[in-house]
Design a protein around this ligand. Structure first.
Ligand code: ZN
Length: 144
């Protein structure tokens, strides 16, 4: 098959493949599972196809890459080349995130975003402990 992909598309695909090797969402899933939480993965019928859905806690978790979702952290920098491709692409991602999170909240879901940079070894434990508190406190809000 001829390679009709543009250079940008190819590098995008390559980064998708790389990101599958060390899926940060699996790290979060494994931690939650070890703490006794049960969840569904990649629920397509919910807006934005959340990575983790904890129905019991009416909570969805997105594990977001800092680059793809334009996190306000040092990991996000606009690429210096192919800006005509990247700026609209990343901007669309951010817009979609806002829309999806709002739709989920309207449906009564507690929406939590875990950023890839928060899963660095040095800060991971702290973030994951806080995540559990965020999940559990959401249940109290619902039962009020
Ligand atoms: Zn970040």
């Amino acid at each position: 098959m001829a390679d009709n992909h543009s250079k940008e598309q190819r590098s995008y695909n390559m980064s998708r493949i790389r990101s599958k090797d060390n899926k940060p969402e699996d790290l979060v899933r494994k931690y939650l599972f070890s703490k006794g939480f049960r969840y569904r993965k990649n629920v397509r019928k919910l807006p934005g196809c959340p990575d983790i859905v904890l129905s019991k806690y009416k909570t969805v978790i997105f594990v977001n890459g800092c680059f793809w979702h334009k996190h306000d952290c040092p990991r996000f920098v606009w690429p210096s080349s192919n800006q005509d491709y990247w700026i609209p692409k990343i901007t669309r991602n951010v817009e979609r995130d806002i829309i999806n999170h709002n739709l989920l909240r309207l449906q009564g879901w507690n929406v939590i975003v875990v950023w890839e940079c928060e899963l660095k070894k040095s800060v991971r434990e702290n973030r994951l402990e806080r995540l559990i508190k965020e999940i559990i406190s959401s249940q109290h809000e619902i039962s009020k």
